[in-house]
Each structure stands twice: as C-alpha cells, then as structure tokens.
Ligand binder design. Structure first.
Ligand SMILES: Cc1ncc(COP(=O)(O)O)c(C=O)c1O
Length: 354
C-alpha cells in the first residue's frame, strides 16, 4: 500500500477471484463459468459490432433493455444494465446503505458483499446460516437495513422459494431487499414476479453463468421505476458507458437465442445431477445445489487436500479457507466429459488414501 492511498481504504480486503492460471491447460471447474460458448449468433453479432468500436456504446442500453423488459413482462424503465452483475450489486450498496442503514447478509454467501460494504465505508450485519447451511429466515426478517440475498446462495447452492422471499420483502417494506439471482436459471425460483407487490425489491441477474458470457461482463437489475432511477443516477455519475458495444450486441442476440440457452442449461443440470450421484456414491456429503456448481465434503479428505490433489492432476476447483466451510470444495459443473475426468480423478485420490 502506498503512502498516498486514502486512509478510508487502509483496512480494505479486496475480493479474491477464483484463479485464472496460465501455466498449463486445466479443466476449469473453479469460477462457475459455463462450459459452453455463447450461441453462434451471439459470437457473430459481437464480431460484427467490433467494426463500430470507434463509437461509444448506447448509454441507455435501449435494445437490450427492451428485450429484457419483454422477457420479464416489465416496462423498460424497470430494467438497467451493468458491467457484470457485480457492478449492479456495488451500486445497490452505494445507493441504499449508510451508517444508519447497515447492509445485512449471511455469513456464508457471495464474498463480494462484505467487500462492497467495506469499499463504500458502510457498516454491515452478518446473519449466520443455520447449521444445515439454510438461511435463517426469521433472523433475516428481523434484521434492519438493506438485505442482500444470493438465491440460490453461493457457495452452498441452496435456494429459497419465491414465497419466502415475498415474506421477507413484505416483513419490512421500508428496507431494500436485493435478491442476487446469478444462478437462478439452474433450478432456483426467480422473484421477478414479486416486483409489482414489493416495491422494495431489486432482482439482479447476470449473463455470466447460464448465458455463457462471463468474459463479456453483462448483468442487469429489475426493480421499480423509482429504484431504477436511483441506480441510473449513480451509474451516470460514475460510468454512463458502462456496457461496451460488443457486449450489448452479443447479449441481445443471446437473449433472442433462447433455445440455445435452454439446451445449455439442461446439459449443465443433467451433468450436475449425474456428478452429484457419483460423488455421493463415493461417500461425499453434498448440499442440494440448484446452481451450476456442487458443494461437497468428504470425511476422509479435507477440502484443501482435495483441491491441491486435483490441481496437480490439471483440474481446478475452488476451496474456501473460511470458518464452517473449509472442509468443502466447490466444483463448477462442466461438460459431461469434464465431470467424468473429475470423478475419475477423485476416485483415484480416494483410493490412494485407503
Ligand atoms: C452470487 C453471485 N453474484 C454475482 C456474481 C457476479 O457475477 P458477474 O459475472 O455478473 O459480475 C457472482 C459471480 O460469481 C456470484 O457468484
């Protein structure tokens, strides 16, 4: 840290993204990316749009917002687009949290929430998950302050029903509830249908997972027109051209190519279930993941050792050296071939330790 850095950031602990190593080729099951490319049409749209890169992009994301609004039965004024859903989440912390309104989130959840609170200099309150890693819903309802819920949660993959989110949002209509639905397409239940009834609700989604566009950085927020207005005020105060032309073009085409997206999601869910079966047969405990990853623990193999052994064999998974979950690994769901290699390697590692 240099002597010039503002004292505001002295204690800031930045988010640690999953590793993206370049030393050799790995089977990458560590950052919940899609194992499938964007649709051929989306790739073509991106290439075509690259011709226009000398021009700034549309700061209002008009075409993409219209498509998203149609898809969800909302007005375009309820939709805003971001440079990844991380940017939407950051703006929610910035817009709605302050010293009187501490952010509220679970102890085991998306690691960025704590960083967003810290970088914005706002206090936060942690509501621990229950012993079985499910959300403590009464405690969440009781806690005052803007609430951030990943649904399905990461890294557990466990999901709340939309009716539970409804209860939570209605319990305290005077506070914002942000539902981060990064993984919802893999078997969760979206809260978008609650927007009419819950003006304090913000649903955040991403193209990074089910729509195979993590590298393009595209996320969006769905909420009331008034809340969208708040987010736009901040967005226009920081980076009006936040989504680049190539990403906007690819994203719009990806939305049109709905059948392609559905087929990819179906393959991922089927590989997830198949892998979960194989791992539980090997003695793993797994949470009931509704996401594109599995969260697994084995009594005879600690999370860190499993992570290291797999890495040596060219397979990357994620290990979190954190209280309550250090025994686990999080395994992103790849192609069926990737998952066969993974389960084969794990079988071998377990046999070596017999
Ligand atoms: C729960 C959760 N929310 C949001 C994100 C951010 O996604 P994006 O790539 O859209 O910024 C992630 C990324 O892994 C995530 O796990």
């Amino acid at each position: 840290m240099s002597a010039f850095l503002s004292s505001r950031f002295e204690a800031l602990e930045p988010y640690v993204p999953g590793e993206q190593p370049r030393d050799r080729s790995y089977i990458k099951l560590n950052t919940n990316e899609s194992p499938y490319p964007p649709s051929p049409g989306a790739i073509q749209s991106a290439a075509q749009e690259a011709q226009s890169l000398r021009l700034y992009p549309d700061p209002e994301h008009t075409e993409l917002r219209a498509l998203l609004a149609k898809k969800y039965g909302l007005s375009p004024a309820q939709v805003s687009c971001y440079n990844g859903s991380d940017e939407a989440l950051m703006l929610c912390f910035m817009a709605y949290c302050d010293k009187h309104r501490p952010a509220v989130f679970a102890d085991i959840t998306y690691g960025f929430y704590k960083v967003f609170a810290q970088v914005n200099g706002v206090p936060y309150r942690i509501v621990p998950l229950k012993d079985d890693f499910t959300m403590d819903v009464p405690a969440l309802m009781e806690a005052e302050g803007p609430l951030f819920i990943a649904n399905p949660n990461a890294p557990t993959g466990l999901a709340l029903s939309a009716s539970t989110i409804r209860q939570i949002a209605l319990a305290r209509p005077d506070r914002i509830v942000v539902v981060d639905e990064a993984y919802v397409d893999f078997g969760g239940e979206s809260s978008v249908s609650l927007l009419k009834e819950c003006p304090n609700l913000i649903v955040v989604q991403t193209f990074s997972k089910s729509r195979s566009m993590a590298g393009a950085r595209l996320g969006y927020a769905l909420c009331s027109e008034a809340l969208t207005g708040d987010l736009n005020t901040l967005r226009y105060s920081i980076n009006p051209y936040n989504v680049n032309r190539v990403t906007l073009a690819a994203g719009a085409q990806m939305l049109r190519d709905d059948d392609y997206y559905r087929a990819c999601v179906k393959k991922v869910i089927s590989a997830r279930e198949e892998t979960a079966r194989a791992l539980s047969e090997m003695g793993f405990f797994l949470t009931a993941s509704r996401a594109n990853f599995l969260f697994a623990r084995h009594d005879k193999l600690c999370g860190e050792v499993l992570y290291k052994e797999l890495r040596q064999r060219g397979i990357l998974v994620r290990h979190f050296d954190k209280p309550r979950i250090s025994d686990f690994v999080r395994i992103s769901v790849g192609t069926p071939e990737d998952m066969l290699l993974l389960t084969g390697a794990i079988r071998e590692i377990l046999e070596e330790r017999q």
